[in-house]
Design a protein around this ligand. Structure first.
Ligand code: PLP
Length: 346
């Protein structure tokens, strides 16, 4: 009964099979193999646009290296104050950019607003060489609060960024969940709304370990192959990462997995908020549920073996829980959690 993260899930059978299929004969190393070559066309079809795509191993590397391509060492990168790049990447974005500063903006439900972004950039108007120069905005989609930026939200934020002449990065560790949850196309959520570079996640949604940096303006990718190599992310046996990404996109597996995860999260969310004493902390729009529950209920669920993260302390001794559904979460698991919570309600 593990609701701690979508990272606790295993590997989708189709992706495991693709890895096994890739395991025959030899292939040119370092990404000069057929599977990696084929990814450009696959991603171009999904995004309805020419792309430069770079497979790599972790979401942290994708974010840090993508940001390094659009932010100089003296640049400021605007993002939510609790973005993964701020709270959970151990300074990798600062390291890989050579010193850019992450500037965290507050915002309800994990989202930043165009008004706050514009005001923050305005405040940072350069005075000679003395201050950090506005360089990029980074948006998490889905956000760390399990919410989504709509196409209009992204257009608004990207519009502010473009007016200031800065780049737009999207942390799409849960991009599939965002596509399904929003009902918008991958193109509408990215380049059509003004996103320049996307960290495209697959690991949380069925891959063994595969992410990709996707550039929509291929000119921005000119030196990225070297950045990836310097970052230790040019895998010699790249074919196994590429095979995962190819299987992930084939027959819309990525969307099917995300649909399942999002549906389970919606069921969980709807049933939990109907229970006395449980409050929803953020709208459930993808595959994560954030609820404030009475502390004895959290302890009771814990002692019955339900696993989850205690995210925050709420008012009146309530505990904020993060409950994540994955492509493997079953209805039985959700029902068991909900009925345990019902029995613990007062
Ligand atoms: C929003 C977000 N971005 C990026 C990542 C990528 O992290 P990792 O380096 O663990 O693959 C995660 C993983 O938890 C995440 O939640």
């Amino acid at each position: 009964m593990d609701f701690r993260s979508d990272n606790t899930s295993g590997v989708a059978p189709q992706i495991m099979a693709a890895i096994a299929d890739a395991n025959s004969g030899s292939a040119t190393p370092y990404g000069d193999d057929d599977a990696t070559d084929g990814l450009t066309a696959l991603f171009a079809e999904v995004f309805e646009h020419d792309v430069a795509i770079f497979p790599l191993g972790t979401g942290t590397a994708a974010n840090a290296l993508a940001l390094s391509a659009i932010a100089p060492p003296y640049g400021a990168v605007y993002c939510h104050a609790h973005a993964h790049i701020v709270d959970d990447e151990c300074g990798a974005p600062e390291l890989f950019t050579g010193g850019a500063r992450l500037v965290g903006l507050d915002g309800d439900h994990g989202k930043i607003s165009p008004i706050d972004l514009a005001a923050t950039i305005e405040d940072a108007t350069p005075h000679g060489p003395h201050n950090m120069q506005p360089a990029a905005v980074s948006l998490s989609q889905a956000t760390e609060a399990g919410t989504l930026y709509s196409v209009e939200d992204i257009m608004g934020l990207a519009g502010v960024a473009k007016a200031a002449g800065i780049g737009v990065h999207m942390d799409g560790a849960r991009f599939a969940n965002a596509v399904v949850g929003s009902g918008a196309s991958p193109a509408d959520l990215t380049w059509r709304a003004g996103v320049d570079v996307l960290s495209f996640g697959a690991t949380k949604n069925g891959a063994m370990g595969a992410e990709a940096v996707v550039f929509f303006d291929v000119r921005r990718a000119a030196d990225f192959a070297r950045r990836r190599k310097r970052g230790g992310q040019l895998f010699s046996k790249m074919r196994f990462i590429s095979a995962q990404l190819a299987a992930y996109l084939t027959d819309d597996l990525w969307l099917a997995n995300a649909t399942h995860a999002n549906d389970q999260a919606t069921h969980m969310s709807d049933a939990l908020v109907a229970i006395n004493g449980i409050d929803l902390m953020h709208p459930t729009q993808a595959n994560e549920v954030f609820v404030a529950v009475p502390a004895p209920m959290a302890d009771g669920l814990d002692s019955q073996g339900f696993q989850f993260h205690r995210w925050s302390l709420g008012k009146n001794n309530a505990v904020g829980l993060r409950l994540v559904a994955s492509f493997e979460t079953t209805s039985d698991q959700v029902v068991a959690l909900v009925s345990a919570a019902q029995k613990l309600a007062v």
